[in-house]
Design a protein around this ligand. Sequence first.
Ligand code: ADP
Length: 232
Amino acid sequence: MSAMADKDPVLFLDAVERRYHQGESILEILGGAELAVWPGQSVALIGPSGAGKSTLLHIAGLLEHPDAGEVYVDGIPTSNLSDGERTKIRRTEIGFIYQFHHLLPEFSALENVMLPQMIRGLSRQEARRRSAELLSYLGLEERLQHRPAELSGGEQQRVAIARAVANAPRVLLADEPTGNLDPRTSEHVFGTLGQLVHASRLAAIIATHNMDLAQRMDRRVTIREGMLVELS
Ligand code: ADP
């Protein structure tokens, strides 16, 4: 059972600070950033290259520690957890999608989605059933046995989306997921992502520099002087 009800955010970044040292100078990326994301909500994180989008996603995904502030996942403060505990939350609660799909080339679409579930302890049969269902939901029912190289860019990215949510995470983080795709395919992938976020009650942050795609998400935020600013 979830620790919190739907009225509470699944992901909450509270006064998060992150700066990098560059020789003598300090580059402040986040200076007290706040962001709350609720179940079933997609948030586009917009900004040009170098704005700090990846940094924010890495912190939200517990891949990186903030210099100050706290990241709450399902109400649980994560900064004082051990590496093992953070890894466990990352594996069970958080799904990642990257610009490049990072699918395993020697495995089929179906197997790529089955693997994380089997690693988690599901039987082959159950993993296969769930993977086929998920890929079909994403419009890939005719592509289950295809290897990544036999799929189009948009199809590869939809398999990567299926893999990211295969273990039913509560948070989905995507870093320029369509940065490598043509505009029409990007539209399609964003549409699919938005539907999945609503259907699975995920809390999603999707980094993009494309304002048109961002309009398809429920909310839009950008990083301005180290703070997260809500756009209309
Ligand atoms: P975005 O994803 O919006 O392109 P990033 O979060 O990757 O932005 O980077 C934000 C800024 O922080 C960039 O100027 C980048 O060069 C710098 N940066 C990122 N990671 C490091 C690091 N490990 N050390 C030093 N500077 C970094």
